[in-house]
Design a protein around this ligand. Structure first.
Ligand code: NAD
Length: 480
């Protein structure tokens, strides 16, 4: 039995009260380990360690700080196979996906911010002849980073790397559903020479340790990625505490497919955008709007691809679709499929749990599911399902496509599929989302702002946006 520990003050430690949660492998439905369910007392230990470490970390020359971050990236790369397997076992994602995307991206996050910290500059404003202003950007101090289960190490490091690069000490909590790669990150940081106490990794549930991190008075900023309801609860709690808060929340992302698109490539890419990681990426397309002249043809092409995508043991190198992350989540996704039927939706393909043979007989597998005939106001078109389920609707012109796409409380990402340049620019301006991809999906430059509008969040991650979030600005005005 794999029993995880917290990583506090540079060493692995059991949770103070020895409370644990089961760690379940979604591909088998079996408990394979235990995760600490830490609490307020563990947070206290971590905060004390961070406080001791802070002066040295903040005083460290930037080049040395960058070298350590770079060494962490290399440590992640050197453990590619081990981390990819751990991610796949914990999350149910195909090991090939973890190896090609999740783990390399976690390394890139550290490399990127190792460079970013030496390039980050602040502003100066001259009041000609009278005074000069310059703006200091100083580390906040101790910050909290809380991440979800869908891209575990990828999103965990997307927060930790900029927080450290900006000179903060970090108390970080991965999802209790997928804690394993975060646990392994501790030893990678140790080996890379990260001073003890600079990064502290606590495991446990949101209600127990997550909430204790958010509420700790010495933790001055919280960077959170997760569900919209959780984000709202945290925002409500933190409002009277005046903490800096970054919220990356849910989505219900539209894909707008126009008749002039490059048909074959668009089918390929929209399919990937819909079902990659079993549809459990906040950026996945879930509402597919197709211009009427190509609706039937495009629909058939998606259906054929979905029929061919058979969930498989994620440990198999040939697996292209793994398991849903947990039984609770599988049941939630299945309940949306039932809801879709009751709302008048027609299931074109999928819609049912898949029972595999052998070691995966009790795993949480679901067919890729495509639904049509649902009006835009149907709950399955308005609420985030966060699984391998998409809906199709036809539209007749640009205005209608835009209206349908913007008819949502969310505003994370949209994709546009067209060869009409003017339309692409115009709609990109008009879509109420933080990210628009034109003729591509998930093409990422880590310098760009990342995040959503409305119920998809507050603030942006990525590049200098993240460095700004993890620093306080202070203006100094010098009169001549
Ligand atoms: P979740 O909100 O249930 O949990 C996210 C994290 O918050 C976990 O670590 C959890 O333990 C913790 N948490 C829960 N309650 C808490 C509380 N009261 N105080 C502090 N921490 C608490 O989300 P999830 O189910 O793990 O992840 C799926 C959601 O994340 C989806 O809605 C998805 O869209 C969203 N997501 C958003 C982005 C983005 O960048 N916008 C990226 C990935 C996932």
């Amino acid at each position: 039995m794999d029993i995880l520990q917290n990583f506090i003050d540079g060493r692995y430690q059991d949770p103070i009260h020895k409370n644990y949660l089961d760690n379940i492998e979604p591909a088998t439905g079996l408990v394979y380990g235990k995760t600490p369910n830490s609490c307020q007392d563990d947070v206290e230990l971590a905060v004390n360690a961070a406080q001791k470490a802070l002066p040295q970390w903040q005083a460290m020359p930037l080049e040395q700080r960058a070298d350590i971050l770079y060494a962490i990236a290399q440590g992640i790369e050197s453990k590619l196979d081990e981390l990819a397997l751990a991610e796949s076992v914990d999350n149910g994602k195909p090991v090939s996906l973890a190896k090609a995307v999740d783990i390399p991206r976690a390394a890139s996050n550290f490399k990127f911010f190792a460079h970013a910290c030496s390039q980050f500059a602040s502003e100066s404003h001259s009041m000609t002849g009278t005074a000069t202003n310059y703006t200091l950007r100083q580390a906040i101090g101790i910050v909290g980073c809380i991440s979800p289960w869908n891209l575990p190490l990828y999103l965990f490091t997307w927060k930790i790397a900029p927080a450290l690069a900006a000179g903060n000490c970090v108390i970080a909590k991965p999802s209790e559903v997928t804690p394993k790669t975060a646990a392994l990150l501790g030893e990678i940081c140790q080996a890379a020479g990260l001073p003890k106490g600079v990064l502290n990794i606590l495991h446990g549930s949101g209600a127990s340790v997550g909430s204790a991190i958010c509420n700790h008075k010495k933790i001055k900023a919280i960077s959170f990625t997760g569900g919209t309801a959780t984000g709202a609860a945290i925002a409500t709690q933190l409002a009277p505490q005046f903490k800096k808060l970054s919220l990356e929340l849910g989505g219900k992302n539209p894909a707008l497919v126009f008749a002039d698109c490059d048909f074959d490539d668009t089918v390929e890419q929209v399919f990937r955008a819909s079902f990659a990681n079993q549809g459990q990426i906040c950026l996945c397309a879930s509402r597919i709007y197709i211009e009427r002249p190509i609706f039937e043809k495009f629909k058939q092409a998606l259906v054929v691809k979905a029929q061919a995508l058979i969930p498989q043991d994620p440990a198999s190198p040939s697996s292209k679709m793994g398991a849903i992350v947990s039984k609770v989540h599988l049941d939630k996704v299945l309940s949306y499929i039932e809801l879709a039927k009751s709302e008048g939706g027609k299931i074109l393909v999928g819609g049912a749990q898949v029972n595999l043979a052998g070691r995966c007989a009790n795993g949480y597998f679901l067919q890729p599911t495509i639904i049509e005939n649902l009006p835009n106001q149907a709950q399955c078109n308005q609420q985030e399902i966060f699984g391998p389920v998409i809906t199709l609707q036809a539209f007749d012109n640009d205005e209608e496509a835009l209206t349908l796409a913007n008819d949502s409380q969310y505003g994370l990402a949209a994709t546009l599929w067209t060869n009409n340049l003017a339309r692409a620019h115009k709609l990109s301006e008009q879509l109420n989302t933080g990210i628009v991809w034109v003729n591509c999906w998930l093409l990422r430059d880590l310098r760009t702002p990342f995040g959503g509008m409305n119920h998809s969040g507050v603030g942006r991650e990525g590049g200098f946006e993240a460095m700004r979030f993890f620093t306080e600005s202070k203006n100094v005005c010098i009169k001549y």
